[in-house]
Design a protein around this ligand. Structure first.
Ligand code: SAM
Length: 373
């Protein structure tokens, strides 16, 4: 593959831009005729053991509440600022915690493109062959490169990495849980979640995308087998009111799946899914509907990238999709049907990185439910 061709509505995730300089190895064409690449992402936990342990310890002492920034706590910000000043008022500049991305020269920080240069059209043989050579510190992901907006799920986005980092850092929070991921794309975050959780419902729309996701689950069988978690790839369209139960449809839900989803889920994940205002509205509606139907209280973790665009409307650089997300989040906290009340807090991205990517402009929000009954 010599070069990626861009058309005017084509987007390319930063994750893939960074590896674009390398020789790209295409493993197959998908059924839509798009070239599919496979990238190997190393988990840096061995290298970071000391850093992670010390960060965890620090965090335990601080307590989780201190590491979460309440949006309402303006006074808290002032106190933090005061803490940064020395006795005579000079600003004490604090270094941000070292992260994996600070050591690009480290051999462990390299994202390798793996497997030989082969070009096949959906060969199951290669697929199985790849599935057998897993290691515990590598996540293998098939993905496309630049895509139209409708197909962005076939790329991997930085929001998936920051959520994956958080999961690996806070493994005890998720151990043995049943988790629902919305807009899972290639399935990267679901795969990481299944290294600690019991069951992950990895959901998105589009047969082509869900097939790619299923392949990625198979490619990482070894990683999941060691951990014991299972990933179930299912269709869940935010624009539809019902889960698909048609047994003839691929990725439909069985009665048992639905019962498991509603009875057992305690965590919902969504990485980089707020980029279109209509979809953001639909997603908040579905979050409202699903969470009210769950038997147990659940916590929602979402990641978002603040994307800055120049808009003719304002003749300025704006962050429209992000602002819309924040408005929806505010409204979500206000809405209650007498059963649940939600509180959103931003999780400061000061935890260690287990993957190589740039964290700039990324945020994680934790949305916690309180029962009113
Ligand atoms: C920017 S991608 C993020 C993918 C993945 N979470 C990641 O971070 O790599 C947004 C995802 O939302 C999904 N999506 C868009 N509209 C959807 C809908 N109506 N129902 C379910 N998923 C949808 C897309 O298919 C895509 O996978």
């Amino acid at each position: 593959m010599e070069a990626i061709t861009f058309s005017k509505d084509t987007v390319l995730s930063d994750i893939h831009i960074r590896i674009q300089q390398k020789r790209q190895l295409m493993v197959r064409l998908n059924t839509a005729g798009q070239p599919v690449f496979q990238t190997q992402f190393k988990i840096l936990w061995k290298k970071n053991t000391v850093e992670i342990a010390s960060d965890k310890e620090e965090n335990r002492i601080d307590g989780e509440n201190k590491s979460l920034v309440s949006r309402e706590a303006a006074s808290h910000d002032v106190q933090e600022l005061e803490a940064l000043l020395d006795d005579d008022g000079d600003l004490e500049v604090q270094r941000r915690p070292p992260s994996a991305a600070d050591r690009p020269e480290s051999p462990d920080c390299v994202r390798d493109v793996v497997c030989p240069t082969i070009l096949t059209i959906g060969s199951e043989e290669n697929y199985e062959e790849e599935a057998t050579c897993n290691t515990e510190d590598v996540v293998k992901i098939e993905h496309t490169m630049a895509t139209p907006l409708d197909d962005v799920g076939k790329q991997i986005w930085r929001g998936a990495f920051i959520l994956a980092d958080y999961i690996l850092w806070q493994q005890d929070l998720f151990r043995g849980c049943t988790v629902l991921e919305l807009g899972a794309g290639t399935g990267f975050t679901s795969i990481i979640m299944a290294t600690v959780a019991k069951t992950v419902f990895c959901t998105d729309v589009g047969e082509d995308l869900l097939e790619m996701c299923e392949r990625n689950i198979s490619l990482n069988k070894g990683l999941l087998k060691t951990a014991g978690g299972q990933v179930k790839v299912k269709e869940l369209d935010w624009l539809k009111n019902q889960l698909c139960t048609d047994p003839d449809a691929a990725f439909c839900w069985t009665e048992d799946d639905i019962a498991d989803l509603y009875d057992q889920t305690t965590v919902i994940l969504a990485a980089d899914v707020f980029y279109d205002d209509d979809l953001t509205d639909a997603l908040f509606k579905i979050l409202h509907r699903i969470t009210h139907a769950l038997t147990r209280l659940c916590t929602i973790y979402v990641s978002i990238e603040r994307r800055f665009n120049f808009t003719l409307r304002y003749m300025d650089i704006t962050c429209d999709a992000y602002n819309h997300f924040r408005n929806c989040l505010n409204n979500f906290e206000k809405v209650s049907n007498g059963k649940l009340k939600w509180t959103a807090t931003e999780i400061r991205p000061v935890f260690p990185q287990f993957f190589c990517y740039e964290r700039e402009h990324l945020e994680i929000w934790k949305i916690t439910a309180i029962s009113l009954i």
